[in-house]
Design a protein around this ligand. Structure first.
Ligand code: ADP
Ligand code: MG
Length: 233
């Protein structure tokens, strides 16, 4: 089976007030099917930038990006959209749910976009939302839900199409500690249960310890974590 992610020598620079900053300076990363990887690093170290590359959300990166065996290094925006729909799911720090749609509809929609039969979409959305403890919230709009409930709906939406890879950028960063722990545990259980791989950016080492392994951004390159040991920040 293909690696889900293969990055070689990934680079990205930005201009800030006439100064060029090299955020990613040659990142190498391989993620195998079903592997759950924590992406650590302090604020400003480039975690979101790296997720944008892997998530095919933007161009402008140097080096090689291979997703699910397909070279995505030099593809255009339309091809990126197609590959995103085919292979990827996303969870962000803030839920980005559609405000005028119910919880159920928010989870149905990405499946419809992919051409899945309406009744199948509905069944899958209910199954996920029930697994996340939201059976009594199916018809609520995002504004009628608590922060933790909103993030659970966002998790269900990300997993709806059973993506090979789920990308999560500080997925529980907006929640209190107890809620963050619960939502992350549910997220990991569902991801494992369906065999998806995940790359989860967090600056929370306690949460990272629940994943299969971790990598840490430092000076624009990735350091691999050693099994059983988290080096100091
Ligand atoms: P993290 O997610 O680890 O906090 P980011 O990837 O958001 O880090 O940002 C890394 C660095 O890149 C920061 O210095 C940030 O200011 C800079 N940066 C990110 N996106 C842009 C952009 N679109 N334009 C200019 N600078 C950016
Ligand atoms: Mg970030």
């Amino acid at each position: 089976m293909n690696d889900v992610v293969r990055l070689s020598g990934l680079t990205r620079s930005f201009e800030q007030g006439g100064v060029r900053i090299d955020v990613l300076r040659g990142v190498d990363l391989t993620i195998r099917p079903g592997e759950i990887v924590a992406l650590l690093g302090p604020s400003g170290s480039g975690k979101s930038t790296l997720l944008q590359a892997v998530g095919l959300l933007e161009g402008g990166f140097g080096g090689q990006i291979v997703i699910a065996g397909k070279d995505a290094s030099n593809i255009d925006a339309a091809q990126r959209t197609t590959m995103r729909r085919e292979h990827l799911g996303f969870v962000y720090q803030f839920h980005h749910l559609l405000p005028d749609f119910s919880a159920l509809e928010n989870v149905v929609l990405p499946q419809l976009v992919r051409g899945t039969d309406r009744s199948e979409c509905d069944k899958r959305a209910r199954e996920l939302l029930v697994a996340l403890g939201l059976e009594h919230r199916l018809d609520h709009r995002p504004s009628q839900l608590s922060g933790g409930e909103q993030q659970r709906v966002a998790v269900a939406r990300a997993l709806a199409n059973r993506p090979e890879l789920v990308l999560a950028d500080e997925p529980t960063g907006n929640l209190d500690e107890a809620t963050a722990d619960r939502v992350l545990a549910q997220f990991l259980e569902l991801v494992r249960g369906q065999g998806s791989a995940a790359l989860v950016a967090t600056h929370n080492e306690r949460l990272a310890m629940r994943m299969d392994r971790f990598v840490r951004l430092h000076d624009g390159v990735l350091e691999e974590g050693s099994v059983g040991g988290f080096p100091p920040m």
